[in-house]
Design a binder for this molecule. Structure first.
Ligand SMILES: Cc1cc2nc3c(=O)[nH]c(=O)nc-3n(C[C@H](O)[C@H](O)[C@H](O)COP(=O)(O)OP(=O)(O)OC[C@H]3O[C@@H](n4cnc5c(N)ncnc54)[C@H](O)[C@@H]3O)c2cc1C
Length: 469
């Protein structure tokens, strides 16, 4: 998370103005496809009015933050909504760090938050330690929560707005042969074992990184990271250390292309790491992060071991027919940080509201053009630039230990910290100070050059030692 916060600051610092979509001709690096030509043309098409007394029917598959937020918006907007979740009592493997603005934007009650982190410690490969947080104003913090708590709350709220929550395992989707008829959702409802069906007019795929909805519509694949996490209950005196502190470790020993974290929860810490390029060695890197955190987490009891894929970029197709993908199913997780909770909830809500708008409160059917115009285009307009910039920064700073050293050195800068927290906590960027932005760009180059020179010298030294032996 902290890497992303830093990176967000850079993105604004370099541009000196709010993040905006790139206008680069190529889009393949992050998987954001160029909007198809039909986007603007199809926009004018409105679906037919539904027969009197019949509401638009929507199935939302997956009851994580993306699905529940979509279902809430749909049901509140007058759409007949079914939210299908396979494991309502489950806990999504997750660090559980969210931006502060999400509390207000999604009206999350204070009691959902386990810890309020005001210090984010980032530790370099050479164990240079930088504390983030000096620039926080009173009351500002990073909320840390458990996903089982957040997800249950959001699902219940969707239900209270009128969504029918179905405890069931989604098995597949039959597409309308002529493109006009209903979609048939096949699922096994718990505790029964027989397959059941549900006919709907529109489907929202919010079933996470292994999305079956994405497969059903041929949305195409994306690269994935694997993230591994242990929840460790610490003795009270050790837990006190993490009262308001989260730690992030970078280095080839904890991940070749990501970072390791220690995030505090109510009575335990979540300790984890991730990688795209070396998935089979994830346990070695987990041992690495445990080693780096060292004494601070020894003597604890492991209460849960969990792992899950994290998408690396959006899918080639996120809307097909009257089916839209949101959250991890669509691939909305930022590089550098693996931050996806806010983007999942936001995309779910945006998609739900788009359907409500296009269907005029559930009175009309919607078209692919509606989904592209009202959901995809708005989403890309708001976030495409952010995702691309973080992708670029990951490549600069996570490439090797020299880059990681530079990253941590940069984090010591007060201006970087201020801009970083602003952009992470509030997901909006105030225009920066042009002179400070210029200085920051210059310092960044300086840090990178210095770190690489030191790195090369270290390598030469190590080589000379080997030859001498
Ligand atoms: C180890 C780890 C740590 C992370 N830490 C952070 C962090 O600190 N902060 C952050 O912002 N992000 C973090 N992320 C990313 C974040 O967890 C995801 O981006 C986020 O959960 C996406 O939400 P979602 O609703 O799209 O998908 P999910 O949360 O994956 O929800 C999908 C839902 O669909 C259900 N489902 C799946 N298949 C079916 C089916 N066939 N039938 C019915 N239901 C189904 C699942 O049970 C689940 O409830 C982390 C991820 C991992 C793996």
């Amino acid at each position: 998370m902290a890497a992303q916060t830093l990176c967000s600051a850079f993105s604004s610092s370099f541009s000196g103005r709010p993040l905006h979509p790139f206008r680069s001709p190529s889009s393949s690096a992050t998987g954001f496809s160029k909007p198809p030509r039909s986007l603007t043309i199809a926009a004018a098409a409105a679906g037919p009015l539904l027969p009197h007394g019949r509401r638009l029917r929507a199935a939302v598959i997956g009851g994580g933050p993306a699905g529940s937020s979509a279902a809430e918006a749909l049901a509140a907007g007058g759409v007949e909504t079914y939210l299908v979740e396979r494991a309502p009592a489950g806990a999504k493997p997750c660090g559980g760090a969210i931006p502060l603005c999400m509390l207000d934007e999604f009206s999350l009650p204070a009691e959902l938050v386990d810890r309020r982190v005001t210090r984010m410690r980032i530790v370099s490969p050479s164990n240079l330690v930088v504390d983030f947080g000096k620039t926080l104003k009173p009351g500002e913090h990073i909320p840390m929560l458990r996903r089982e708590v957040l997800d249950a709350f959001l699902r219940e709220r969707a239900r209270s707005h009128g969504a029918e929550v179905v405890h069931g395992l989604f098995m597949g989707l039959d597409l309308p042969g002529d493109g006009e008829g209903p979609y048939v959702v096949r699922y096994i409802s718990s505790p029964e074992t027989a397959q059941q069906t549900l006919e709907v007019d529109v489907v929202v795929g919010a079933d996470g990184a292994n999305s079956r909805v994405a497969k059903a519509i041929g949305a195409g694949d994306y690269a994935q990271a694997i993230a591994f996490q242990e929840r460790i209950r610490l003795p009270t005196e050790k837990m006190e250390h993490y009262e308001d502190l989260a730690e992030m470790y970078v280095g080839g020993d904890v991940s070749p292309d990501f970072y390791g974290w220690v995030f505090p929860k109510c009575d335990h810490v979540a300790v984890g790491t991730g990688t795209v390029v070396a998935k089979p060695q994830i346990k070695k890197y987990q041992a690495g992060i445990r080693g780096r955190a060292g004494e601070k987490i020894t003597g604890g009891t492991v209460i849960k071991v969990e792992a899950h894929p994290i998408p690396e970029h959006p899918r080639p197709r996120r809307v097909r027919g009257r089916v839209a993908l949101v959250g991890d199913a669509a691939g909305y997780v930022t590089k550098c940080s693996g931050e996806g909770i806010y983007f999942a909830a936001k995309s779910g809500r945006m998609c739900g509201q788009a359907i409500v708008r296009a269907s005029e409160g559930g009175r009309r059917c919607v078209t692919e053009g509606d989904l592209r115009r009202e959901y995809l285009r708005r989403w890309d307009g708001e976030y495409k630039g952010t995702f691309r910039f973080l992708d670029l920064l990951q490549r600069v700073f996570y490439q090797d230990d020299a880059g990681r050293e530079a990253l941590v050195e940069m984090c010591g800068d007060e201006y970087v910290q201020k801009r970083t927290f602003e952009s992470y906590l509030y997901k909006r960027i105030q225009p920066g100070n042009p002179l400070e932005d210029l200085k920051l760009a210059w310092r960044t180059v300086g840090c990178l050059v210095r770190a690489h020179i030191v790195g090369e010298e270290m390598e030469k030294l190590a080589m000379a030692e080997k030859i001498a032996m």
